[in-house]
Every structure is written in structure tokens, then in C-alpha cells.
Design a protein around this ligand. Sequence first.
Ligand code: AMP
Length: 300
Amino acid sequence: MSLLVTGSIGLDRVETPFGVREDAIGGSAIYFSYAASFFTPVRLVGVVGEDCPKTLLDVFHGRPVDTSGLEIRKGSKTFRWHGSYVQDMNAAQTLQTDLNVLAERPAAIPPAFLDSQYVFLANTHPVLQQQTLAMLKAPKLVVADTMNLWIQTERAELTKLLGKIHGLVLNDAEARMLTEKKNLISAARDVLELGPKFVVVKKGEHGSLLVTARDVFTLPAYPAEKVIDPTGAGDSFAGGMMGYLATQNSLSPATIKRALAFGTVVASYTIADFSLGALRNLTREQIDDRYQEFKTAMSF
Ligand code: AMP
């Protein structure tokens, strides 16, 4: 089934206790696409400025990612993010965000992408997320991600978006910020009242939580010993999750739970190196092996 993603594409400056990377390839849609491409072909929609280095655009060489929805906009500048994990490997501290082209109109969706069935609105301005969604014909599953910046500055637009999607993926601090509830299950239930049918709360090294009207499911993180750079873990989690879902003709609770487990496994690889370093050396076979190992480790 066709999987479309739109979100940020940009250059990151990332600091962790293991070093600093300048102009690293990043952005929510980049991590998502790479992760999801281990499961299914991906249609990427996004926009960069004319200053974007060619290496960034070559990143999907050899992967089943259709980049025909990637616009290089003349006269605009590429999105940049500067984050640090030096204080806390479990939560990024944003030092600077230069929205640049993300503050403009969204990229046009190629006509061949308009029939996409599975859609992920990766983290970007909630107005762009809504505008992209409005262009699509009849998606079967629409899931979105967001972050503290948009909760703080664009709450009204984010609330509108929540009324139009099936699922929301966000991290624990964001769930608390959005709902002003400390308890994550209560917070997720408040989000359900705003529209989504399911909420996935990412808790970093503590795993993830799935909440629907009828179900609460909790999953630990893969016990990773090598954590070099957590950037993109959330987007890779979402990529693994949506990539798997797009291969299943089912949205049953059991299918969604397995999708969370695949997301967990892909994210455990992302964090083992800076930028896309670990994903670039990954195979589907390694993902499946680690999935089985994870499943065995959890049975008691
Ligand atoms: P995560 O999976 O949450 O670690 O996402 C990391 C990616 O999010 C980085 O590569 C950043 O480029 C991107 N990012 C950071 N801030 C924003 C923002 N305000 N909007 C969209 N993308 C962002």
C-alpha cells in the first residue's frame, strides 16, 4: 500500500556526549522515510531551499523512496535545527531553530501521490500538515507527529489538525504539555477527545504507550547499550510503525501493537550512530532478527 510522508527536511547541528556533528542530514521526513523504506516504498513530499547541499538529496540513493515530491525552492533557505543531548540523552534541548522554507507554503504533491492510502504528517508546522492533508483524495490512515515548539506557538492550528487525523504520535513531555496532565494515560485520553482514534506516547529509553478508547498497551524500549545520538529516534519509530502498517491490510489492535514493536526496533538502530549513519548500514533481515529477539526477551 502507498505510504506518503511530509515533514521537515534539513540540516542539523547535533551535540551529544560523544561529539558534535555540523550540517548533518536530518529532518523528520528524512528519518521517517529511511526507516519506513525497509518495509514498503515511500513517497516523500517536502521542500528545501536552493542552498541545500546535493549530498542531502542523494541520501535515498538505492532505497525505495520516491523523491519526486521534493521541491528545491529558488530564493528560499533550507530548514536548520541545532539541538543538544549533552545534559540529557533522553530529551533534546533545542538551541536554535531556523524554520526558513518551513515557514512558507508547503511543497506541491505530485498528482501520482494524491491517491496515497497511508499518510504520515511528520513533525512540521501544523498549518503545512493540514494543507498537505487537504490535497489528498481519500487516505485510509492518517497519523501525525508534533513537538513542543508547535504546542507552544500554534496550539489552535494543532487542535484543528487533531480533529482530522486517525492517530497521533508524540513524546511524553509533549503529551503533558499539550494536555496539562501529568499522568500519561490521562494525557493520552485527553488527546483522544480532540479527535484521534489512537495515541502513541514515546517515552525514550522507557519505551512507548498506545492508548485507544478500549485499550492501553505498553512496550519497553529495546535494551540498547550503544546510544550515540538519539536524534531521529522518534521519526524512525514512526517510520517503522507506519512502514509495517502499510504492508498489513489490517488496523486491528494486534497489528498496531506489532507495528509499535517494529518501530521500537528500527529506532534502536538509529540511535547507535550520528544522523543516518546506522540506518545506512542496516538490512531488513537485521530488523527482523532483532524483532524476534525483542519478542523473546519480553515473554515471561
Ligand atoms: P526526533 O525523531 O524527534 O529526534 O526528530 C529529530 C529531527 O526533527 C531532527 O532531524 C530535526 O531536524 C527535526 N526538527 C527539530 N525541530 C523541528 C521543528 N520545529 N519542526 C520540524 N522538524 C524539526
